[in-house]
Design a protein around this ligand. Structure first.
Ligand code: TXA
Ligand code: MG
Length: 337
């Protein structure tokens, strides 16, 4: 199958809408990462997402909608706190896990759970597409399973060319890490995946929010965001994390090079070490780091680096989401630990 890439235009929207309506998948931008969409009420269409990505089907998908009014078509007992969240953060990078209405969403979207994750993306291309289609769109990130998520149309093309009919190109996504997943069916709302909407931002609107510690999140009893248990976001060479300390970083590079390894360094611009064989910048703010994280991880695959040394940040604000993704990409491996 040939994969066409089209800049957003009225012709491109028409084509994307026809493809989706006919049960095909389409890559499209959101404010977080590119999604691979299919009509969420069609089991056959949704099956094509899993096939194209090579994604295990016990991992539920997020459903994207174009207006808040649609929520009641798919959800029963919308909690008051969910309404408050929608008002405060939609459109935006917040997915709300709520009780799904019987038979309103294809069963392979929810992986058999009684809940579904819904969000309204804050991206003009995504919203135009959703509103013109007039149907809910199930969409995981548009990468091959296990690879870093795509933040540009080119990334989607690199991973999925020949496997999907179309990519709607809306330029680089703004936020760069996936949406926050908040379960509002628990007595205290629970963050299942940290993202652009932070715990601090949520608590200002709805009071106490539970953000599990890493140990709690890893405890196998409650795989509530089943996606979190797979290898994720990883480039080909192993990723090793290191604290933002110039001396430490330099010593690590020297030692790795002594062992005959080529080192790609991923760090904020102020921690650039000329000793590294390759350097990819995380920018100079945490927001830039989030926006550039996946592109930097992907860039390493175009080098002959043997190891990727990625410099960490603290977990305040969007740092929680960044560190969640970095630790997954590194399989929790820190230099010298
Ligand atoms: O920013 C995003 O959320 C992107 C863009 C495309 O919207 N989408 C995305 O989807 O990251 P995906 O499928 O890669 O991640 C969905 C996450 C997974 O961790 C999954 O386990 C969790 O949401 N999830 C989805 N439905 C759930 C449910 N009913 N209960 C618990 N977790 C759920
Ligand atoms: Mg993903």
């Amino acid at each position: 199958m040939e994969t066409v890439v089209k800049r957003a235009s009225s012709e491109a929207y028409d084509e994307a809408v026809s493809l989706l309506a006919a049960g095909h998948v389409v890559g499209f931008p959101t404010e977080t990462v590119y999604g691979l969409g299919a009509v969420a009420t069609s089991e056959a269409a949704v099956a094509k997402i899993f096939e194209a990505k090579g994604r295990p089907s016990d991992n539920p998908l997020i459903v994207h909608i174009g207006t808040i009014e649609e929520v009641d078509n798919y959800i029963t007992d919308v909690p008051e706190i969910a309404r408050l969240c929608m008002e405060a953060f939609w459109p935006g990078p917040l997915t709300l896990v709520m009780n799904v209405k019987n038979n309103s969403i294809a069963p392979n979207v929810t992986a058999g759970l009684s809940t579904v994750g819904l969000r309204m993306p804050d991206n003009d291309v995504a919203l135009t597409l959703l509103r013109q289609l007039g149907q809910p769109v199930a969409a995981p990130s548009a990468n091959r399973s296990g690879r870093p998520s795509p933040t540009e149309a080119r990334h989607v093309y690199d991973d999925l060319t020949g496997r999907i009919p179309m990519i709607l190109d809306g330029g680089a996504t703004g936020i760069g890490v996936e949406s926050t997943v908040l379960d509002v069916t628990t007595p205290t709302p629970t963050i299942l995946r940290p993202g652009g909407v932070t715990k601090e931002m949520l608590e200002e609107i709805i009071g106490d929010v539970f953000q599990p510690t890493k140990l709690q999140a890893e405890a196998k009893e409650t795989p509530k965001a089943p996606g979190m248990k797979y290898t994720h976001y990883a480039p080909n060479a192993p990723v090793v994390l290191i604290e933002p300390d110039a001396q430490k970083i330099n010593n690590a590079i020297k030692q790795l090079q002594n062992d005959g390894k080529k080192v790609a360094l991923l760090a904020m611009i102020n921690l650039h070490q000329t000793l590294a064989d390759y350097f990819f910048s995380f920018g100079d703010t945490k927001e830039q780091m989030a926006a550039q994280l996946y592109d930097a991880l992907r860039a390493c695959d175009n080098t002959d680096a043997d190891v990727i040394l990625a410099v960490t940040t603290d977990e305040k604000g969007v740092g929680a989401a960044i560190m969640n993704r970095l630790e997954k990409a590194a399989g929790n491996v820190y230099y010298g630990r």
